[in-house]
Ligand binder design. Structure first.
Ligand SMILES: Cc1cc2nc3c(=O)[nH]c(=O)nc-3n(C[C@H](O)[C@H](O)[C@H](O)COP(=O)(O)OP(=O)(O)OC[C@H]3O[C@@H](n4cnc5c(N)ncnc54)[C@H](O)[C@@H]3O)c2cc1C
Length: 397
């Protein structure tokens, strides 16, 4: 019987899926199984768009099509939670299984706490994540550093701290550290992220810790909820997955890599955050020069998975808050947005990615959120008490 906290090595028992999957296709097989059995109505996954650098969310209802979403897209910088809350109406009337990197899973949990996503209807199939790559910079990096034509790349993969770029006839690997020293590598929000294993998902799957004969051919699964245990047990019983106990040394290695990645993230936070920190007002004041680049395009609000008010107070009639047409907007513009979402911010980076002024919005929100977590002793993205400062708690929402 599968139980919470159980760990396994797993791979698909279907050869085609095992071959197409990133590390043996366990994720794809679990998703396909859930759809075939009618446990979910649809699968929300990610598939290649125009090219390898273009990851698009895809809603699949035909089990035979799940295989089209197999594989890990490291330039997949999207946040799945927004798709669920905005385009699937919070999964109110549809049962879904969704692949969740830690930022997807944390954001979904925050939205569940606010009743914006129906937890009952969602199975979170988590993916470990050491970080995603910014598509445009990655294309530039492949040209400049790898000296390869980005259009000829057939596969990108991160293994043992190296980014491996493969064309039809060549394979080159360079350490992510080295790439980051050159100003490339992972997105800046991912560098600061301390959550590599999405334990707020129902299951978490990843390649870390798979050693021995199955290295590269299977994935490591950890069970984090009763729902995850039930799903995995049924998938194993159906014959969709082959599982075995992990090699104890592998379990140890996985924990050590995770620890090393958390320390690395803390180092990046130390580099990125202001030395003299302070409270929300002080932090915002320190970034005022950056915030003055704002052209009030509202891109950050549109991209943020945690901005969902039907009527935005930033657009309401309230000249005392933010005067229409005023540029740069008063600091109240940013403070108002932050007060709405910063306690839940999961550092997913969507705001910063779309900002035409290149304001380090994710960094600012992450810095404030880290302070809040530290001050009020809560962990965002987990099912824990909200900080007393929460705007939503004050509103009774
Ligand atoms: C961006 C990224 C970074 C990762 N980093 C690590 C890591 O550092 N350490 C580690 O142990 N494992 C990491 N993984 C997980 C690992 O690469 C495999 O996905 C995992 O082992 C499952 O393998 P599989 O063969 O069962 O997956 P598959 O059967 O190939 O299924 C992979 C699933 O992931 C979905 N997917 C692909 N890209 C994304 C994306 N960007 N966002 C959301 N869903 C996506 C696909 O739609 C598919 O459903 C990462 C995955 C991703 C997507």
């Amino acid at each position: 019987m599968v139980q919470v906290n159980d760990v396994y090595y797993a791979l698909s028992s279907n050869d085609e899926i095992a071959e197409s999957g990133e590390c043996g296709g366990a994720v794809t097989s679990v998703l396909k199984f859930l759809l075939e059995e009618g446990i979910v109505d649809a699968v929300l996954a990610v598939k290649k768009g125009a090219d390898l650098y273009d990851a698009v969310p895809t809603l699949i209802t035909d089990p035979e099509k799940v295989i089209e979403s197999a594989g890990s897209l490291h330039c997949g910088t999207l946040n799945m939670a927004k798709v669920v809350s905005k385009y699937l109406q919070g999964a109110e009337d549809i049962k879904i299984a969704v692949t969740t990197k830690p930022c997807d899973a944390m954001t979904l949990r925050e939205l569940m706490k606010k009743d914006k996503v129906n937890e009952e209807n969602v199975v979170m199939v988590g993916l470990n994540c050491g970080g995603t790559l910014p598509p445009v910079q990655t294309i530039e990096m492949i040209e400049k550093i790898y000296k390869l034509d980005p259009e000829n790349v057939v596969k990108e993969e991160i293994a043992k701290g190296n980014l491996i770029i493969e064309t039809a006839d060549e394979e080159k690997e360079i350490s992510v550290d080295e790439l980051e020293d050159e100003g490339f590598g992972r997105r800046t929000n991912c560098r600061r992220c301390e959550t590599n294993i999405p334990k707020m998902s129902d299951l978490a799957l990843g390649n870390w810790g798979v050693i021995g004969p199955l290295a590269g051919k299977a994935t490591f699964i950890e069970v984090f909820s009763e729902k995850g245990a039930d799903v995995l047990e049924k998938a194993i019983e159906s014959g969709a997955l082959d599982v075995q106990d992990p090699i104890p040394k592998g379990v140890e290695i996985r924990a050590n890599i995770d620890k090393a990645m958390v320390n690395l993230a803390k180092k990046w936070q130390g580099k990125d955050f202001q030395e003299n920190g302070g409270d929300l007002l002080t932090i915002v004041a320190q970034y005022q020069n950056e915030l003055n680049k704002c052209i009030k395009c509202f891109g950050c609000r549109e991209a943020c998975p945690l901005c969902y008010c039907a009527e935005c107070t930033l657009e309401a009639n309230g000249p005392e808050w933010v005067s229409k047409g005023e540029l740069p907007p008063s600091p109240m513009f940013h403070l108002e947005r932050l007060v709405h979402m910063v306690d839940s911010c999961t550092n997913c980076g969507q705001c910063e990615e779309v900002c035409p002024g290149e304001i380090p919005l994710a960094k600012i929100a992450h810095e404030i959120n880290s302070k809040l977590q530290e001050e009020y002793g809560y962990v965002r993205g987990m099912d824990e008490t909200k900080p007393p400062l929460s705007y939503f708690a004050m509103q009774g929402k």
